[in-house]
Ligand binder design. Structure first.
Ligand code: GDP
Ligand code: IMO
Ligand code: MG
Length: 420
C-alpha cells in the first residue's frame, strides 16, 4: 500500500485544504508533514467556513485519522484554539487526531525572535506570518529544540534553558512590542490541551498502517516556491514543502510514495515579499484579488495577484514528480473576456522554458500568450457541460505541463468541483 501526496505548486494558498477535504474519504489517514500555523487551509461545507492551521484537512470526515507528523512545528495555543473551534461545530477532533512525539514546539520566545528579526530587516522583510516558524526550525536544525515527547519528560529544564537563550538573542535586536509574560501564561495554560491529545511514534504508526493495507494522504502546507531549498530564497519558509519533505516529515520511505497531486490556481498569487515575475499591478490584478477574495487565511493580508506562470509550474512539477494536477479557482476567471498565461521567461532577449536562479533579475520579461475566456459557469455541473473555451484552457495546461488534470475546482464549497 502506498502514500499519496497533495501539495501546492505555487506560493501557497492554492486551495489545498478544500481538495484534501474532498479527497479524504478515499483514504484512512491524512497527515501533515511540514510547516505549522503559518498555514491557513480553508474548508467551506454548507456555507460554514473553517480555517485549519495545524490540524490536517481530513478532520471533517468521521472515519479518518489525522496525524500531525514529526516535520510539523506546533504552537499549542493555536492548536488548542483550533480544537475548540472544531468542537464548537460538533467535530469530535480528539478521537480523530494523533500527534507525533517528534514534532517540535513553537515557544512564545520563538515568536518574539521572529518579530524582532523581521523588524530588524527593514526594507528586506521576508513578510513572515510571524508565527515563530523560522526560529523554531532554526532550533530544530541547531539541535536545541523541544519536542512533543519532551512534555512528558524533562520539559521544565529544557524550556528554561531555551527561553533564556532566546532572551539573550533578542537583546541583540532593537526592542519590539511583545508582552512575553502574558504570552507565556497563555502558552503554559495551553499545554494541558496538548498533553491530553493522543501521542504516537508516528513513523511506526504509518508503517504499521501501510502493512495493514491502509491508505495515507500526506497534506502539504505552503507551496513549492516557498520551499527552503528550491523556492525564491530567502523569501521562503523554513521547511521542505516539496514531496521529499514527506520522507523526512513523516518517516516514509521514498518507494512508498505513489501519486503526487499538485494544486495550482488558474492564475497565481503570493503573500509576503519576494519575486513574482507574472505579478499584475493593474486593474486585472485588482479584479483577481476582489473576485477571488485573495486575502490571507492566516494573516488577512491582501494577496499579490498575477497570471499563471508555466515555467514556474513546470519547475515545481519536475521537483515534486507530480502525477496529477488539480486546477482551482477557475470560476474567478469568469470575469475575463480573455486572460494571459506566461509561457516563457525572456532574459536578455532569450526565451527560456526554465526559471533562472534568481527570479528578481533586472530586465526579466515574461512571454505571455492570450487565452479566450468563457463568461460564466452558471448551471455547469459536469466537465462535459462546461464551455469549450473552459475545456480548451484545461487541455492547454495539461499539454504544456505534460500532466493530466483529473479535477477542477469552480468555487469554494466542498462540492464545487468537476471531475474530468
Ligand atoms: P490553502 O492554503 O491552499 O488551503 O488555500 P487557502 O484556504 O489559504 O486559500 C484558498 C481560498 O480560495 C480559500 O478562501 C478557499 O475557500 C477558496 N477556494 C478554494 N477553491 C476555490 C475555487 O475553486 N473557487 C473559488 N472562488 N474559491 C476557492
Ligand atoms: P498555506 O499552507 C501562503 C509565506 C509568508 C512569507 C513566507 C515566510 O496556507 O498555503 P513564515 O511565516 O513561514 O516565516 O513566512 O512564506 N507563507 C505563506 N504564504 N500560504 C501559506 O501557507 C504560507 N505560509 C507561509 O507570507 O512570505
Ligand atoms: Mg492558505
Amino acid at each position: 500500500m502506498a502514500v499519496d501526496v497533495l501539495l501546492g505548486l505555487q506560493w501557497g494558498d492554492e486551495g489545498k485544504g478544500k481538495i484534501v477535504d474532498y479527497l479524504a474519504d478515499q483514504y484512512d489517514i491524512v497527515a501533515r508533514f511540514q510547516g505549522g500555523p503559518n498555514a491557513g487551509h480553508t474548508i467551506i461545507i454548507n456555507d460554514q467556513k473553517f480555517v485549519l492551521h495545524t490540524i490536517p484537512s481530513g478532520v471533517f470526515r468521521e472515519s479518518i485519522i489525522n496525524v500531525i507528523g514529526n516535520g510539523v512545528v506546533i504552537d499549542p495555543i493555536t492548536l488548542e484554539k483550533e480544537i475548540q473551534g472544531l468542537e464548537a461545530l460538533g467535530v469530535d477532533v480528539k478521537s480523530r487526531l494523533l500527534v507525533s512525539n517528534k514534532a517540535h514546539l513553537i515557544l512564545p520566545t520563538h515568536r518574539l525572535l521572529d518579530a524582532a528579526s523581521e523588524a530588524a530587516k527593514g526594507k528586506n522583510k521576508i513578510g513572515s506570518t510571524l508565527r515563530g516558524i523560522g526560529p523554531t526550525y532554526m532550533d530544530k536544525t541547531g539541535r536545541n529544540g523541544i519536542r512533543v515527547g519532551n512534555l512528558m519528560q524533562d520539559f521544565d529544564s529544557k524550556y528554561k534553558l531555551l527561553r533564556d537563550k532566546h532572551l539573550r538573542l533578542a537583546d541583540q535586536y532593537p526592542a519590539i512590542d511583545f508582552d512575553l509574560a502574558a504570552e507565556e501564561e497563555k502558552w503554559m495554560a495551553s499545554l494541558d490541551s496538548l498533553r491530553s491529545l493522543k501521542k504516537v511514534d508516528a513513523e511506526y504508526y504509518f508503517h504499521e498502517a501501510l502493512q495493514d493495507g491502509k491508505k495515507i494522504l500526506a497534506e502539504g502546507a505552503q507551496g513549492s516556491m516557498l520551499d527552503v531549498d528550491f523556492g525564491t530564497y530567502p523569501f521562503v519558509t523554513s521547511s521542505n514543502t516539496i514531496t521529499a519533505g514527506v520522507c523526512t516529515g513523516m518517516g516514509i520511505a521514498p518507494q512508498r510514495i505513489r501519486d503526487v497531486i499538485g494544486i495550482s490556481k488558474a492564475y497565481c498569487t503570493r503573500v509576503g515579499s519576494g519575486p513574482f515575475p507574472s505579478e499584475l499591478f493593474d486593474e486585472d490584478g485588482e479584479t483577481l484579488r476582489k473576485v477571488g477574495s485573495e486575502f490571507g487565511a492566516t494573516t488577512g493580508r491582501p494577496r499579490r495577484c498575477g497570471w499563471i506562470d508555466l515555467p514556474q509550474l513546470r519547475y515545481t512539477i519536475m521537483i515534486n514528480g507530480v502525477t496529477k494536477l488539480v486546477v482551482t479557482k477557475m470560476d474567478v476567471l469568469n470575469e475575463f473576456d480573455s486572460f494571459k498565461a506566461a509561457e516563457t521567461y525572456i532574459i536578455n532577449g532569450e526565451e527560456s522554458r526554465n526559471i533562472p536562479f534568481d527570479l528578481d533579475i533586472p530586465g526579466l520579461e515574461m512571454g505571455y500568450t492570450s487565452i479566450d475566456g468563457w463568461g460564466n459557469l452558471d448551471g455547469v455541473n459536469s466537465y462535459a457541460d462546461s464551455p469549450s473555451t473552459f475545456q480548451n484552457y484545461i487541455s492547454y495546461l495539461s499539454k504544456e505541463l505534460e500532466v493530466p488534470v483529473p479535477l477542477i475546482s469552480i468555487g469554494p464549497e466542498r462540492n464545487q468541483l468537476l471531475e474530468v
